[in-house]
Design a binder for this molecule. Sequence first.
Ligand code: SAM
Ligand code: SF4
Ligand code: SF4
Length: 334
Amino acid sequence: MINDKIGRRLTDLRISLTDQCNLRCAYCMPKEIFGPNYPFLKRNEWLHFEELDVLVKTFLHLGVKKIRLTGGEPLLRPGIVNFVERLKDHHNVEEITLTTNALRLAKEVQALKAAGLSRVTVSLDALDPKILGEINGRGKSPDIVLNAIDAALNVGLSIKVNMVVQKGVNEGEVLPMARYFKDLGVPLRFIEYMDVGNHNGWKMAKVFSADEILKEIQAEFEIEPIDLSSSAEVAKRYRYKDHTSEFGLITSVTQPFCGGCTRARISADGKLYTCLFASTGLDLRKILRSEKYHKDQLLSILSKHWGHRDDRYSELRAVTKNAQEKVEMSYIGG
Ligand code: SAM
Ligand code: SF4
Ligand code: SF4
């Protein structure tokens, strides 16, 4: 469906399966805040798979074609493989993807592929073990992630890698990462560090911009842009002239793309958000668990909600103070 106010089509649904994670990336869940006493959701507060299935069916009626499973860390949610299988049974789902830190990917990858997963996006911010261990807050080394990527390639799963680049932290890893994934033939997407959630201490000065990333890469490689004028992609894509590999830039901070924002997001606790930076969401769990709920109402509730959206946080970032509380990234998963 198309939003009448700003003409935004709804094509993608992101589902956060849990707010919990086995890492503590400082830009997402800093360990000082997300410590042992942090009030994570209880199991019954997550949307059940049956409830998610009802929502998915309705979103498919509204035009959604792609579903991404995310978190927190989605591979911590028991039953995810069966859920992928269930999603695949809806004939109009074109793509089911997963975003993961890959700590548990290697042992699930075969089953996920067999269940019908189309692609996996793995997050990896550095190849240097010391730098990576500090970013992820748990000292986890890149080997485990690189092995999982190899395992995914071995079962024929399509892969992308996400790298969040922070100035003063891992900009020195841009070239080593570019070289490694160019040779492997896996698209690497550089993401500008964003002011998501309320606890990561984001400052514009910590953003290593897409222009700066591009300059680093151009110093070593000959590249050319891939024409995406007819596509709804948010990444700006480039190919290496001497290779079939490509990379992308996600310029959410320095060149926002709110006008092309076609995603709805369901948080782990069942709220519907139409923007990564929203402070409130529509409580779908409450609706689905209410005694008065009737399934015929859902289509009109969801279509009205999408029809009224006018979010464009990133476009307004520079001109407003945006001091409101925002949903945590670990609740809605990027
Ligand atoms: N745990 C999984 C993972 O890390 O892939 C899925 C959830 S994570 C919230 C989804 C994506 O959001 C990851 O690629 C992560 O790097 C990105 N992300 C988290 N915080 C971010 C921030 N402050 N700025 C930019 N990207 C961020
Ligand atoms: Fe966990 Fe992903 Fe957030 Fe890192 S980015 S803390 S892996 S949810
Ligand atoms: Fe979409 Fe909000 Fe990001 Fe703009 S700021 S692209 S509306 S999620």
